[in-house]
Design a binder for this molecule. Structure first.
Ligand SMILES: Nc1ncnc2c1ncn2[C@@H]1O[C@H](COP(=O)(O)OP(=O)(O)OP(=O)(O)O)[C@@H](O)[C@H]1O
Length: 536
């Protein structure tokens, strides 16, 4: 018998209710906090600094809790800045840099990428702010100036520019160790490769997006000129003026007002500084993007400050024993209980000062007078650049169709223009895949041979185990104001898209991994050199 098949009644499809998907909760920052365990082996014990997208923690190894490292964690975005930072750190290490921090591990967890690196001491910004009159002695200003300069030259000799030179991006070694005389350069997140694959200088863009930190960037950057090697040194000059005079008059001003102040106040500021500062200013004014700075000349001028003032490398720096602020920094050094590096730092070797009488004595006659010289120009500025110009703010107004009777189209004012807070690093996220893909221009490869300037083997901060220490007394805490940072660091100018997968953590380890015993929950008391005061 044939089975009766009930007719299939087509039921009208339930009208699809188009409910928009619930918005994903916005990730404000890396999902890590105190006691977070990274890659099963590093435990976060103290926050050192915080930025808009990232955070720096002091961490310990679970299998040797007295070994301290620093961990920089940043939100995992399409663009992995830390990968670039790691690559440049590695490149510097391979080239025997003296001022580079050693990277230990690059990886990713949950919503963030991270770098584990050797722990260093307080930044130059923190040190200066802890001194009552907020200025360093001329000796300390000059020693730091020479070392910061050398660290930037190390980067530039590899074909890169830093683009975010400021006091919080330089730090000394751990207080109380011999490395407290050594200045390290930090944060390669905005570094840019200046050369293309054929090792030719990339053509300067007609207009470059703003990158850097307002109080320290050069006037060229304010004018959106392509950042060049000399711009790193302009920032260094502003830093040195600040170290010497205690502040910069344009601190906390808007970008526009900062520019005006930089133009109008530079002469009076330099009038209160050694003449060599003015010489450097005059020399930098004579440079442009394509002109390679005469590194020996700038260094020679800096060394001249030491020689003229009879400064010798055996003199103590402001924070050292015997220095003018020993009483402020000694208690801080004392709380650093973890095993200090035994590495000897020889300041006379680092500074490598010419013997008195053997170096040329520079006078103002050796430098062009700003204003009297012809403004240096880059002939190669071109629209057909190999890079893109990123937009900040709204797109440009469409060109009006010319009609004799209508008024000119209003010029769209860049809404972001003057709203960057002073002291913050500014960069712009690439917006399109095409833009992001241009990150390949920054592939990290050495361009210039390290040549005769190649340095002696890299200094390793050998952080060795020690016994757990109690929490330092709170009375020793200092108010270390950190510079607020609102940073958008997916800068395709400076970085290459990262290859770190969120779900399948990849780690690049520079050290042999030790077996990790189970974490017993007890975290050694923080033994960082400056108590944590997270930046805003
Ligand atoms: N290896 C380290 N050891 C100790 N402190 C560190 C280390 N790396 C960074 N710091 C501290 O953390 C602060 C922020 O580091 P870094 O500049 O790399 O991060 P950032 O988020 O890019 O900040 P910014 O945007 O202000 O440059 C530094 O000023 C320094 O004081």
């Amino acid at each position: 018998m044939a089975a009766t098949i009930a007719p299939v009644v087509a039921t009208p499809a339930t009208p699809a209710v188009l409910t928009p998907p619930a918005p994903k909760p916005k990730e404000k920052g890396p999902a890590c906090k105190l006691s977070t365990i990274i890659n099963g082996q590093f435990v976060m014990v103290q926050m050192i600094g915080k930025g808009g997208y990232g955070v720096v923690y002091e961490v310990i190894r679970r299998d040797s809790p007295n070994v301290r490292f620093a961990c920089k964690a940043e939100l995992a975005l399409a663009h992995n800045n830390l990968k670039t930072e790691w690559d440049l750190m590695t490149l510097l290490k391979d080239n025997k840099s003296k001022h580079n921090i050693i990277g230990v591990e690059l990886g990713s967890e949950r919503n963030y990428n991270y770098i584990i690196m050797h722990l260093v001491g307080p930044s130059l910004a923190d040190l200066r702010k802890n001194i009552p009159n907020k200025s360093f002695t001329l000796y300390t200003t000059t020693v730091c100036g020479i070392q910061c300069f050398d660290s930037l030259v190390e980067i530039q000799r590899l074909g890169y520019i830093h683009r975010d030179v400021k006091p919080s991006n330089f730090a000394i070694g751990v207080l109380g160790s011999d490395e407290e005389k050594l200045v390290y350069v930090l944060d390669f997140g905005l570094c840019r490769n200046m050369f293309n694959k054929s090792k030719e200088l990339r053509k300067p863009r007609m207009k470059a997006p703003f990158r850097g930190t307002i109080p320290y960037c050069s006037l060229n950057i304010h004018q959106r000129m392509e950042p060049g090697r000399h711009d790193d040194f302009w920032s260094l000059l502003y830093m040195m003026i600040e170290f010497h005079l205690s502040d910069l008059p344009w601190e906390n001003m808007t970008k526009e007002n900062t520019k005006k102040e930089k133009e109008s106040k530079i002469d009076s500021l330099l009038g209160k500084c050694p003449l060599e500062f003015q010489m450097i200013r005059c020399y930098l004014t004579s440079l442009c993007y394509s002109r390679e700075p005469d590194y020996a000349k700038i260094r020679g001028v800096l060394c001249q400050i030491m020689i003229k003032n009879k400064f010798t490398p055996d003199m103590p720096l402001d924070w050292q024993n015997g220095g003018p602020y020993e009483n402020i920094f000694k208690p801080l050094a004392a709380v650093v209980k973890h095993k200090k590096s035994k590495k000897k730092v020889d300041l006379s070797e680092l500074l490598d000062l010419p013997k008195p009488g053997t170096a040329p004595l520079y006078t103002m006659r050796d430098f062009p007078t700003p204003g009297e010289q012809e403004q240096p120009r880059d002939e190669s500025v071109s629209k057909s650049d190999d890079t893109i110009i990123e937009k900040e703010g709204p797109p440009p107004a469409p060109k009006p169709i010319p009609k004799p009777t209508i008024l000119p189209a209003p010029v769209l004012k860049n809404s972001n223009e003057n709203h960057h807070k002073a002291g913050t690093t500014i960069s712009v996220k690439p917006t399109t895949p095409a833009q992001r893909s241009t990150g390949e221009h920054n592939s990290l490869k050495p361009l210039a041979p390290t040549g005769p300037g190649a340095r002696s083997p890299t200094h390793h901060l050998s952080l060795k185990p020690l016994t757990a220490v109690p929490q330092p007394p709170t009375t020793i805490k200092q108010s270390v104001r950190r510079v607020p940072v609102h940073r958008h660091k997916s800068d395709n100018d400076s970085v290459k898209p990262g290859a770190v997968s969120k779900h399948n953590p990849t780690t690049m380890t520079a050290k042999v991994q030790h077996p990790t015993p189970p974490f017993n929950g007890s975290v050694a008391a923080p033994a960082m050199m400056i108590p944590p005061t997270p930046r805003k």
